[in-house]
Design a protein around this ligand. Structure first.
Ligand SMILES: [Zn+2]
Length: 312
């Protein structure tokens, strides 16, 4: 096949409906904009892809088109992972991949990978009047987090020319049972955004070292680290033919994005992929989400031109 077009059909929750000026699940057009949850992220992109494909339905193509509409993208790319696992989307299925996520019609060819870790710390409870009898899981979580911030500084030793530095942060902490009890358990979620130089095994083993050094000083302390979710970096080169072709059609230079997409899963199948779609990522996941109708038409034209150049 020539081109693989991809987009996700799921949306994030609309949150508090009362904050929306229009009902989030009833598309409304006003001032040249279509409002609703998923308008930008990414029903708009899907619609533009479908229209572009429809335009060649009676045309003899030199190379075919694959259209992949996924579910579960917002919760860890579950839908696409299943399609790949079941052999429905295959290795080298197409020469190039296009994902219609909202980029304001700018070309994105690279982004960081990411991993979420769950760190579980188990200690021993005791009456808070006798802390020496317990092993305080919350205080050990605090020590772990200090280790994390040291690691974040260390990771600045390696800078990717496209993507900058690997960063990581503790984003959730849960622990403690009662005001006067030395807590015996605490959980931390660590969100890591990785440059290609740092794979998740490297980060995971470094986190484990922090855990080991905490444990070595104390008996009765347990610390486990699990990977909750992981995705790779997208690294389509700036000189790749699909980047050059898209730049020629769109009339702008390709860049990088701060967020993750399904792109790396296609990349792993040997399908060099770019992200290019209507709507702004600033609209994604917010109230009063919208996409400009004008941009939908432009996206449709860009996709048509890509089809023309690659498939006709
Ligand atoms: Zn999206």
């Amino acid at each position: 096949m020539g081109l693989l077009f991809s987009g996700h059909m799921d949306v994030v929750p609309a949150g508090d409906f009362s904050k929306w000026e229009t009902p989030p699940f009833e598309p409304k057009i006003r001032d040249g904009k279509l409002f609703g949850r998923g308008a930008a992220d990414m029903k708009g992109g899907l619609a533009a892809i479908v229209r572009a494909i429809e335009s060649v339905k009676n045309t003899q193509l030199k190379r075919g088109i694959v259209f992949v509409a996924t579910a579960g993208e917002e919760v860890g790319f579950d839908g696409l992972r299943a399609l790949i696992r079941d052999g429905i989307v295959k290795d080298h299925e197409a020469i190039y991949g296009i994902i219609g996520e909202p980029t304001s019609l700018r070309i994105v060819r690279a982004h960081k990978g990411g991993t979420l870790f769950r760190v579980t710390i188990k200690g021993r409870s005791a009456h808070s009047s006798r802390p020496e009898l317990g092993v305080n899981a919350v205080e050990n979580a605090a020590r772990f987090i200090i280790g994390l911030t040291d690691l974040r500084k260390l990771l600045r030793d390696m800078r990717d020319p496209d993507l900058g530095f690997t960063v990581l942060s503790a984003t959730i902490i849960r622990g403690g049972v009662k005001e006067n009890v030395i807590p015996d358990s605490c959980e931390i979620i660590v969100d890591c955004r990785r440059i290609p130089h740092h794979d998740q095994r490297y980060i995971s083993s470094t986190l484990k070292q922090i855990g080991e050094s905490l444990k070595s000083g104390q008996t009765g302390l347990e610390l486990t680290i699990e990977e909750v979710l992981s995705y790779d970096a997208l690294t389509t080169s700036e000189n790749h033919p699909i980047v050059k072709l898209a730049e020629e059609i769109v009339g702008g230079k390709a860049g990088v994005a701060p967020y993750g997409t399904e792109g790396p899963l296609y990349q792993k199948l040997g399908i060099p992929t770019i992200i290019l779609g209507p709507g702004s990522v600033e609209q994604a996941h917010t109230v009063n989400e919208y996409v400009e109708i004008k941009e939908l038409h432009k996206a449709e034209d860009i996709y048509k031109e890509l089809i023309k150049r690659v498939c006709l």
